[in-house]
Every structure is written in C-alpha cells, then in structure tokens.
Design a protein around this ligand. Sequence first.
Ligand SMILES: [Ca+2]
Ligand SMILES: [Ca+2]
Length: 391
Amino acid sequence: MTSRKIPVARALVAATASAVVLSLAATAVPAHAGPGHGSGHGSGHGHSTGGHHRQAEPLVIAHRGASGHRPEHTLEAYRLAIRMGADFVEPDLVATRDGVLVARHENEISGTTDVAEHPEFAARRTTKLVDGSPITGWFTEDFTLRELRTLRAEERLPQVRPDNTAYDGRFQIPTLDEVIALVRTESRRVGRRIGIAPETKHPTYFDSIGLSLEEPLVRTLRRHGLDRRNARVVVQSFETTNLRQLDRMTRVPLAQLVDAAGAPYDLKAAGASTTYADLVTPSGLADIASYADWVAPNKALILPRDSAGATGAPTALVDDAHDAGLRVVTWTLRAENQFMATNFRIGTDPNAHGDLAAESRAFLDAGVDALFADHPGIVVRARDAWVDDLG
Ligand SMILES: [Ca+2]
Ligand SMILES: [Ca+2]
C-alpha cells in the first residue's frame, strides 16, 4: 500500500507517526470534499451509522448522465444531470479504432446508436467474444473517431423510457476530452466543482486487441490537470488488475465495482476462482483498500431482497467497508418500479415511477457515501432532505 492510499480512519490510528503530514493534508482539503478525499470532513454533518461517523455529505453521481431523461452518455445527458444538482457525472469508457476514449456503456453500439441505419457500415456487423461471451453487432474499436462522429445516439430503453426517444438521432457520441470540457464549463456556470467518475469498460478485452484503456485515460487526465489526489475524479472498474495498475499510474482515487454475482473477468481469464462475493468479505475489502479508495457494490449487496422482493435490514458490507477504510458508493437508483424492491414500488406498471426518494433514504440510512442514479434530480432532493433531517 502506498502512503497516499492509507485510509484516513487507519491513518488517524497511526497519527503519532504522521501527525504533521495529516495536519498539512487537512488544511488542503476543500470544504466539500469528493470521492477519495479520505480526510474530507468538511461538511461535518456528524451522522453516525453503526458507530461510524460520516465523513462528508453523501454524493449523487449521475449514472451515464441523467440517463433517466436523455439518451445515456451524451453531453446533453451529462449537462442535464449537472443542472439537476448531480455532484458527479459518470462516463463509461471504450476505445475507438484510433485509440480515442469515448463514452459508451458498451463497445457494442447497436443498442445506443443508429449504426444499423448506416448502410456504409453494414459490413462491419460482426460477432466477437467479449469477456467470454459472444456478442453480435457493431463495435467502437472497428470505427475511427471520425466515423463514430457520423452516428447519433438513441435511447437504450425505448420501452421503459419512451419520452427519451424524442431525442433519438440528435446527439453525438462524446469523447472523454469533451466530457471533461463540459464538466469544466458547467461547473463554472452552476458555481459548483462537478466531479467525473470514468469507468474503464472491459479492460482485459481492450488489452487483448491492442487498445489498452488506462494509458490514454491517465494521459487525458494529466492533460486536463486532473491527475491529482484531490481532483474531483474517481476511476472505476469491475476488474481488479487494471485498478492495481492504475494505482501505480495515477494519483486519482479509484473505485472497485462489485456485482451481486459472478467474478471479475480479469481474474476469471487468469484462471483464478475469486468471485465478487470474495471481494466483499472483510479480508477482500482489506485487499481492495490496498489499491482503491472506494468499493462500489451492487445495491443488492447492501439491502438484499427477501422472498417477497422487499428490502429489510442492511448487510454488514457498509460497516465492513468503512472499517477497511473504504468509502461506499452503490448502484443503480432508477425511478422505474421494475428496478426497485417491492417496498418502494407505486402501483403495478413496471415502467411507472416508484418512490425513488424512499429508496434513496434507505441507502443513505444504510450508511453509503454516494449513490449512482439515473434520475439524479430526485435523488439529490432526497439526499438534501436527508442531510437537513440530520440537523
Ligand atoms: Ca458505469
Ligand atoms: Ca491495459
């Protein structure tokens, strides 16, 4: 573990050895600290969960932008999220054929663009093995940035979010550079320092085709002056190997994503039997804390559903993660009934909105430090009310 990655809780225990360093670090922390500000005590709400004192106001991260309202991963979706009050926006990152990082949830883009309507690209439809699964469609790595620019974004869930299809065909696929520029511009406009939470998608796969994601990511962060420990940036991955690499490549905070089932593909590909469940045991969390600052579990790992599909008491995960010195961000809060536990649903229409504010409160009460949300406006209001209630 490098010294800069020492979680603050543990660092405070060892304060006799590093009191001077800590006090210097503390003076450098801005009032409203972001992910990775282990010493971000600025807001001082003093909320206590299971004996753990909350370090800062919980953050709302707009998942793929305000993806509940606009086609995901477009500048328009990110901009709307910021105007709705989101603290961070999340671009998922994949590579183009010429090695440019662009924002898409998947390298296969038939579900989120109009590529199928472009006869000039018809011959590029193909089947590839991605993380061991055969996927058929069109892939970003087969297009130059210039070619991708001729495509337009489409709503990924047209049945669930029919209103969003009004924006189909209007927005381009943005580059990481453009997302960072937008965040900078919008931060000035709204008077808040908006953060960015890029996710490296399929890093083992991209290595296998000679388009490693980490180097262009770190280069881009550096070019924008964001390769800093206190930058409002957190880089996420479902894989472990590339986060360990990034820990040596960049100063920005890192987040280990953990799904409710399965295993990190890098470990699987290496023949290891380690599962996501192993990652969130106390010893697994301690290992994550050696290279990352955040753990980002699927929300079912924090509030599991009972046989009726309702949430009850939280698991030990949030407390265990805090004990390991990690902060916790969970995913994904979405307004539609079908994505919620039964106790938050309103009516029986799977596409109608349930009580997202109640779901937000349940996870805040469970002690999470941040929430990924498709509908950031609702979650920001719920978070603000929850913080106010703390007095
Ligand atoms: Ca993501
Ligand atoms: Ca790589």
